[in-house]
Design a binder for this molecule. Sequence first.
Ligand SMILES: Cc1cc2nc3c(=O)[nH]c(=O)nc-3n(C[C@H](O)[C@H](O)[C@H](O)COP(=O)(O)O)c2cc1C
Length: 188
Amino acid sequence: MKILFVDGTIVGRKTGAVLQIVQDYIEQTGCGFELELVDLAQYDHQFVDGRPAKDYNEDMQQLIKKFEEADGYVLASPIFQGSIPGVLKNTFDLLHPHTMRYKPVSIVANGGTYQHHLVVENQLKPILDYFRCLVTPNYVYTHADHFDQQNNIIDEGVHDRLRELARVFVQYAEMSKRLSKNAIDQDE
Ligand SMILES: Cc1cc2nc3c(=O)[nH]c(=O)nc-3n(C[C@H](O)[C@H](O)[C@H](O)COP(=O)(O)O)c2cc1C
């Protein structure tokens, strides 16, 4: 299975640091999945305006292709203004609604305040529900206090939660294999 690790921001380093740890923990499960990073900071973004996919630039078309070819996703989002970054929402807007259907998704998020962890529940999960993703019941929210100056995660509780996230994600990925195969093409 091909799993995409999406760093959903063009600024900041903590989400990328957390993604790397999740990647390590997923590898340590021995699942053998193919893991690939998509760092939105490396792409030349255009605002999504409903034009045909072929009329976007090469980077946007690459993004569509990577999301379509993936069998699952680990999404990392910082909290911006009590929400997800515009560039991440713009990337979701780019995708056909079937792109992530019945595919496993795990979420990690980082904010400057503890109070904003519910952004995941109230804003990110509803978008993934729209896509009919298999969102794992656990997600991990981090805060500046969990990192050292080099953005290493120094909080053992966070490591435990990320290890558990990796374990559950792999199980969801296995479950999704049967689901996707039998998917009925419904638009509603
Ligand atoms: C434009 C902007 C808005 C932000 N808004 C919030 C916010 O509403 N809530 C919050 O917890 N953190 C907020 N932050 C902090 C970011 O979530 C934090 O900088 C990010 O997770 C990445 O951390 P890093 O830059 O140290 O890597 C904001 C940061 C920026 C740049």
